[in-house]
Design a binder for this molecule. Structure first.
Ligand code: ADP
Ligand code: MG
Length: 248
């Protein structure tokens, strides 16, 4: 069963067709990768799926429900959480605080804080955040201000924030860009474990050498269109892919 589908998505920027009839399927508990040269429309696809850009044509279906052009906070509440190419956690907050502010219904926590439930509510989330940090292997950094972290550690914090948000589908734009190979593999190992635990991933990435063995299915974009799709072996053999992407 597909957790996410796009049907003929198109997006124009002043006459430029950044997305041109893009249809993809993301099966539940899979890691689906979108590759393609710079400017091929990968980030635009993610932005339209997560509500940061409006689609001009087509549909986004999540768990059978039409979520096309809903505002980002509503899409987030459905369980789609995105991370950003340049991590944007609030840099002055500690790692633990960064996870706590990602709790999906902050309004409730203010209400609850006026009543008797305050302590248990807070403790429950601190405990959950700590468990997530342990899982990601950055629990020892819980009190560290985020601006002091390395690029790779920040990516792990972003994943932690997505998990606090009770993500069913995590959408990531270049999760290992600028991250050293060893830490990249360790991040991708965590994603694989999360997949086994039930989370689905849609990932845009440039570094094919490292990521390919972790993914279940690949879409290749060029000029706003899907030009090829398949598993690793099929993609790497496809002459059109080699020409437009690998051979350029
Ligand atoms: P990729 O992520 O594959 O590098 P993008 O989705 O960022 O590609 O961009 C696809 C095309 O859309 C590019 O030609 C880019 O210049 C254009 N584009 C992306 N975002 C905007 C925007 N906000 N306004 C105008 N043009 C944009
Ligand atoms: Mg991009």
């Amino acid at each position: 069963m597909n957790i996410l589908e796009t049907h003929n998505l198109s997006k124009f920027f002043d006459g430029l067709k950044a997305l041109d009839g893009v249809s993809i399927e993301v099966p539940r508990q899979n890691i689906v990768l979108v590759i393609g040269p710079n400017g091929s429309g990968k980030s635009t696809l993610i932005n339209v799926i997560t509500g940061f850009h409006q689609a001009d044509e087509g549909k986004v279906i999540f768990e059978g429900e039409d979520i096309t052009n809903k505002p980002p906070h509503e899409i987030y509440r459905h369980g789609i959480v995105r991370t950003f190419q340049t991590p944007q956690p609030l840099k002055k907050l500690t790692v633990l605080e960064n996870l706590l502010v990602a709790v999906p219904h902050p309004g409730e926590s203010i209400l609850r804080s006026l009543g008797r439930g305050w302590v248990s509510y807070e403790e429950e989330y601190v405990e959950k955040a700590y468990e997530i940090l342990e899982f990601l292997g950055i629990d020892h950094l819980w009190h560290q201000e985020s601006y002091k972290l390395s690029g790779g550690q920040l990516k792990l914090v972003e994943i932690g924030r997505a998990l606090m948000g009770e993500a069913k589908l995590i959408v990531m734009d270049e999760p290992i860009a600028g991250v050293a190979p060893a830490l990249s593999h360790s991040i991708l190992d965590k994603l694989t474990k999360l997949k086994e635990m039930g989370v689905t991933f849609l990932i845009v990435e440039h570094r094919l050498d490292i990521i390919l063995k972790y993914v279940d299915y690949i879409y290749v974009m060029a000029n706003g269109k899907i030009i090829a799709e398949g598993r690793e072996e099929e993609i790497l053999k496809n002459p059109e892919v080699i020409e437009v992407y690998l051979g350029a």
